[in-house]
Write a protein that binds this ligand. Structure first.
Ligand SMILES: [Mg+2]
Length: 372
């Protein structure tokens, strides 16, 4: 099998107005300028990928992603065997530095093709399932307490047993929001907070955590800005709560630095941040060697990107959704699903398709509808 061309399709699927995410990253995530990728082959098989690019996250958007794919990756990939994923990862993806969500889209399409060619789901290529379903949590916007409470109540009704609330938007507001949510959902729901680096320094983070601790907080995600593992380590030493690293960890090198600094208890891994399923798997394996847990985070993937995360999550022992439920919930935030058959993501558990490859198929009419 040889790659013949790569098609890129920019889409804009609206996020449900009541679920748009306000966070310390600034502004509101109410639209996703994503890019769908189809890797065509001479065997007639098509590999699907998704650049879940949000400029605020990684400096990529659907224009930059399409440019790098068509200008640099496609010429180097045509006539290559798409199942030689490791070789392509070493020889082709370094043609463009950074832009990890862009390279992840192409890489997941290669896994999709490898699975389709073998007639096996991707999780089998990754060593096979170690769990049938992945526990997930709901993510609550950094909204006013009444609105945040309403979102939490609906998530509980839908069967979510774990949630996180966006904080880092001002400590008094954070405490008011998390208090209201805790009061609304009761003591039995596991509740974490995600500051997205919004507490500007360790002292602010430690002060905020001291005020949140009585609310029975299960974890604190990215309390301080990325870039200085020592700062996160300082927060961790005094927090007495599990610390998740998210914006701090894209690469395996980031993971090593965080581990050396004893900066966190949990890595939040995304297929997009690390540049593909393969590099994400390497970080999860490294986590295991360090006694650090891993979970899967999200920047509101559509169905293809969420499927890639799900295959990894069911097949890797380093990922521990039972202790740290994953954020594989992206498609539920959108007004519409672009997959012909939506992923099974309800009731706080995500289940991958058992069809070959990533096991997902685009609803082409919807892709046309949301194409930009
Ligand atoms: Mg996060």
């Amino acid at each position: 099998m040889k790659i013949t061309s790569i098609e890129t399709i920019p889409v804009l699927v609206p996020i449900r107005r009541d679920l748009a995410i306000r966070s310390a990253l600034g502004g509101v995530h109410d639209r996703s300028p994503f890019l769908l990728v189809k890797v065509q082959t001479d065997a007639g098989l098509v590999g699907l990928g998704e650049v879940s690019c949000t400029p605020r996250w990684s400096g990529e958007d659907q224009v930059s992603a399409a440019h790098f794919i068509q200008t640099y990756y496609a010429p180097a990939l045509v006539n290559r065997d798409p199942t030689r994923i490791d070789e392509i990862t070493r020889e082709v993806f370094p043609l463009v530095a950074g832009n990890t969500f862009t390279r992840a889209a192409v890489e997941m399409a290669l896994w999709d093709l490898a699975g389709k060619a073998a007639g096996r789901p991707v999780y089998e290529l990754l060593g096979g399932k170690i769990r049938d379903a992945v526990a997930t949590k709901w993510s609550i916007s950094g909204a006013a307490p009444a609105e945040a409470t309403e979102i939490a109540r609906r998530a509980k009704e839908q069967g979510f047993l774990a949630m996180k609330v966006k904080v880092g938007l001002g400590v008094d507001d954070d405490v008011a929001r998390v208090s209201a949510v805790r009061a609304a959902i009761g003591p039995e729901i596991r509740l974490g907070v995600d500051a997205n680096g919004g507490w500007s320094d360790p002292a602010t983070a430690i002060g905020a955590i001291d005020r949140l601790r009585p609310l029975d907080i299960a974890f604190v995600e990215q309390p301080v800005p990325a870039g200085d593992p020592e700062e996160m380590a300082e927060v961790r030493r005094s927090a007495g709560l599990p610390i998740l690293a998210d914006e701090s960890i894209y690469s395996l090198a980031d993971a090593r630095q965080l581990a050396r600094a004893s900066a966190c208890d949990v890595f939040s891994i995304y297929v997009g941040k690390s540049g593909g399923i393969g590099p994400a798997r390497e970080i999860a394996t490294f986590a295991r060697t360090q006694g650090i847990a891993a979970t899967i985070g999200s920047n509101l993937e559509l169905g293809v990107g969420a499927a890639a995360m799900l295959h990894l999550a069911v097949a890797h022992r380093g990922i521990d959704p039972d202790r740290y439920p994953c954020d594989i919930i992206g498609p539920l935030y959108y007004e519409d699903d672009i997959l012909a058959t939506p992923l099974s993501l309800g009731h706080g558990r995500a289940i991958p398709s058992d069809r070959p490859g990533l096991g997902v198929e685009l609803d082409e009419a919807k892709v046309q509808k949301y194409r930009v």
